[in-house]
Design a protein. Structure first.
Ligand SMILES: Cc1cc2nc3c(=O)[nH]c(=O)nc-3n(C[C@H](O)[C@H](O)[C@H](O)COP(=O)(O)OP(=O)(O)OC[C@H]3O[C@@H](n4cnc5c(N)ncnc54)[C@H](O)[C@@H]3O)c2cc1C
Lengths: 372, 352
């Protein structure tokens, strides 16, 4: 499997310079809570500011308020946010995957209804895939939608739904017939729909973004169905390619690493050098995947290959920087970087679980290799 | 945007030629006899050792990217020829404006044990670990004092081999001809690191392909061992190593075609070397005992990975200079996204 190298065009470099200039002003160090990559804080105002600059929904069509730009341009923006540990939590999922999914599979009315709000940073999505009995084996989903008059009635339970309590919408995958794969359909559910109960599940670091969803006779009009009845599995798979291939898979610790590079000292020089070379390599691989997306290819196996390796690398980096600290980082430290590191220690085991476990990714890769 | 990479026709030609001239038996024979002169002559006839060097000086023409593609091919087929040495020496000579011919040249970036001195314009002392030194007519060496071209005629040869069983000799000079050439050490070191990385990437890909094929055929417990997830994991590691090494090599080669890409060359070599270590372990584990024998081909690739990973840019030296570079950069995040990142000093000398 080859991932061809690619470089940024002059326009893309100009965008990068723009984003840097803006973020230097908008997010001066110390003015915002540092985040661990894609789990950055929620700050709806910051999300709206990015939207106003055209840096959300970049690859969405312009007629629905999107930027009509490319996956590479989105990467250029996103890597600047992640490197700063920016508060991107409010818009992250909608920008990365729900928006593109709706653009690809939604009706005209749905595109008009949701995409402008996503591009403005107003709407916030959560992903309702996993269930208590359907984790790695996602096709075992049991939450069921049955036809009810003009619409649908949903009953069941979703779990591990990151950010559901604070989001405006949940894009969920539910069962509409017993056919294992073709019996699944996606729906867009308003967060405050009657019958839907969202309960936080305290996460290992004490935060409350992890949620459980209970659907009790939740009634949805048919215009909340995304795509054809039975098309949910393939739409979901397309979404996973977007979810897996990006720079976010090796940038969880980046804000800390950027700081550490200047403070690590000579004793850490070798480790810093090795980390630098690998970051440089991963940046190239992610850029290559994004370029393939822009060429109309669907590099889902490539994305899995990169994610599996990148998430292990993130965990190795963490072990290295903690070793150099020489003691247990303190969660309540006055030094925001040390506190960030402490949160990384607590949450890092999840990096190789979320978005598909490394074991499952390896199976995806192995199957993909057979076809190459 | 440039998404161009290796020239597909050239890659096919290189794979064709080396695929037939450097099969398992040919590599094994070269290990016994030292230097396959006929194969060298054949490669030289189609210009392979001189790809990427100017035609006006006797090179075969083509770009740096082409030269790197040939080196990748030499790694993929475990080619028992001084492909890297010839290219590096040839490049130095061509920059110095000297013409090239089909003779064998060796190259060294120098070792700590070397005792070579230049007294009154004559070479005295020993250079260690010269690939194909015994067959070479000239040696290009990076001395602390500069880049020199030595005539081998009259030097005393101590024949030795590297881990892959290839000639890797010590040469003692006592008054031979030597000329200083005006080529920056940094540029030579960047090409040396990139060239070795290219061979590592090729050999890593070959180890992946061999292993991927093997686990689909070898059966235990009534099914192909590749169906066991624990075995498949080794194959995945190999695929990741091969894909990443090939990517960084191609990327560094593109970069070196347009600027002095010492950073990219160093990073590519470091990554390719680390991947070699992963690939060696994974490929052998997936093969079991057969992989540990001389009669099975895996060792022709893994022994090269073992020999090459710490050569022409050891992990320690490259990590040190990259680490210093990162510590001094305005931002690590900017450094890794910079279209032309500056390396403090690939030589590993302390920064001023
Ligand atoms: C931080 C975090 C955020 C998340 N956010 C969301 C979200 O927003 N929305 C959402 O829907 N889900 C979310 N998830 C859930 C995530 O997708 C699942 O955790 C994941 O798919 C694994 O499912 P599971 O936890 O049920 O583990 P299981 O599937 O029970 O797996 C347990 C272990 O068994 C292994 N295993 C299982 N099957 C196999 C097999 N066939 N071969 C080899 N090994 C196997 C797994 O790799 C794992 O190591 C999140 C998870 C985390 C940790």
């Amino acid at each position: 499997m080859r991932l061809a190298p690619t470089t940024l065009t002059d326009d893309e470099l100009a965008l990068q310079a723009d984003v840097r200039r803006y973020l230097d002003e908008r997010l001066p160090p110390g003015s915002y809570p540092l985040g661990l990559g894609m789990t950055g804080e929620r700050d709806p105002e910051f999300s709206r500011d990015l939207g106003a600059r055209g840096w959300l929904g970049m690859a969405l069509p312009t007629e629905y308020g999107g930027g009509g730009r490319t996956a590479v341009e989105r990467l250029v923006v996103v890597e600047e946010l992640l490197a700063r540990g920016a508060p991107l939590g409010h818009h992250w999922i909608a920008d990365r995957q729900s928006g593109p999914n709706i653009a690809a599979n939604g009706t005209e009315q749905q595109k008009k209804e949701f995409l402008p709000g996503i591009a403005r940073g107003e709407l916030s999505f959560a992903i309702g895939m996993s269930e208590p009995e359907a984790g790695s084996d996602l096709a075992a989903v049991r939450t069921r939608a049955v036809p009810d008059g003009d619409g649908w009635r949903i009953n069941g339970r979703k779990i591990w739904t990151s950010g559901a309590a604070d989001s405006t919408h949940i894009l969920t995958l539910v069962r509409t017939s017993d056919d294992r794969h073709r019996g699944l359909t996606q729906f867009i559910v308003d967060r405050d729909t009657p019958g839907l109960t969202v309960s936080p599940i305290p996460f290992i670091d004490g935060t409350r973004h992890f949620c459980e969803l209970q659907f009790d006779d939740v009634r949805l009009p048919d215009d909340r169905r995304l795509g054809e009845v039975g098309a949910g599995w393939s739409q979901n798979t397309g979404e996973l390619a977007l979810e897996r291939g990006g720079v976010d898979r090796w940038m969880s610790l980046m804000a800390y690493l950027v700081h550490w590079a200047h403070h690590a000292g000579p004793a850490a020089e070798h480790d810093l050098g090795t980390i630098t070379a690998k970051l440089w390599a991963f940046r190239g691989l992610s850029l290559s995947v994004a370029r393939m997306v822009d060429q109309g290819l669907s590099p889902s196996v490539e994305a899995a290959l990169v994610k599996e390796m990148a998430t292990r690398f993130e965990q190795e980096c963490l072990a290295i920087v903690v070793r150099h600290l020489g003691r247990t980082p303190e969660l309540d430290s006055d030094d925001p970087y040390e506190a960030l590191l402490a949160r990384a220690v607590l949450t890092a085991p999840s990096w190789t679980i979320r978005g598909g476990t490394n074991e499952i990714l390896r199976t995806v890769i192995m199957k993909g290799l057979a076809g190459k | 945007m440039s998404t161009t990479g290796f020239d597909a026709d050239l890659v096919a030609l290189v794979d064709d030629f080396f695929g037939s001239e450097s099969d398992a038996a040919a590599v094994e024979a070269a290990e016994r006899t030292g230097f396959p002169a006929a194969t060298w002559a054949g490669a030289d006839e189609i210009g392979l050792p001189r790809v990427g060097l100017p035609e006006s000086l006797g090179g075969a023409g083509g770009s740096l990217l082409d030269a790197v593609a040939v080196l990748v091919g030499s790694g993929r087929h475990a080619v028992p020829l001084p492909m890297l040495e010839s290219w590096l020496a040839g490049w130095v000579l061509s920059v110095a404006g000297r013409s090239l011919d089909g003779t064998v040249r060796s190259f060294t970036a120098g070792t700590a044990r070397d005792s070579l001195e230049i007294v009154d314009g004559r070479a005295h002392g020993t250079l260690h670990r010269l690939g194909w030194g015994r067959s070479a007519s000239q040696v290009v060496a990076l001395l602390p004092s500069g880049v020199v071209v030595l005539e081998v005629d009259g030097a005393q040869v101590r024949e030795r081999t590297d881990l892959a069983g290839m000639p890797c000799d010590d040469l003692t000079f006592s008054g031979g001809d030597v000329a200083l050439v005006d080529v920056p050490r940094q540029s030579v070191l960047a090409r040396a690191a990139l060239g070795r990385a290219a061979q590592l990437a090729g050999a890593t890909e070959a180890a992946f392909e061999l292993t991927h094929g093997y686990v689909g055929q070898r059966e235990q417990f009534g099914r192909p061992i590749g169906r066991f997830q624990a075995v498949a994991q080794h194959v995945v590691l190999l695929a990741q190593a091969a894909t990443t090494s090939m990517h960084v090599v191609e990327r560094a080669a593109l970069a070196l075609s347009v600027h002095d890409a010492a950073f990219e060359a160093a990073a590519a070599k470091l990554v390719a070397s680390e991947n070699a270590t992963i690939a060696i372990a994974a490929a052998h584990q997936a093969h079991g005992a057969i992989g540990m024998t001389q009669e099975y081909r895996l060792q022709q690739f893994t022994r090269r990975l073992m020999a090459w990973r710490a050569e022409l840019g050891s992990g320690a030296a490259l990590a040190a200079v990259l680490g210093r570079t990162a510590a001094h950069a305005d931002s690590l995040a900017h450094l890794i996204t910079d279209p032309a990142p500056a390396l403090l000093d690939i030589d590993g000398a302390p920064a001023a």
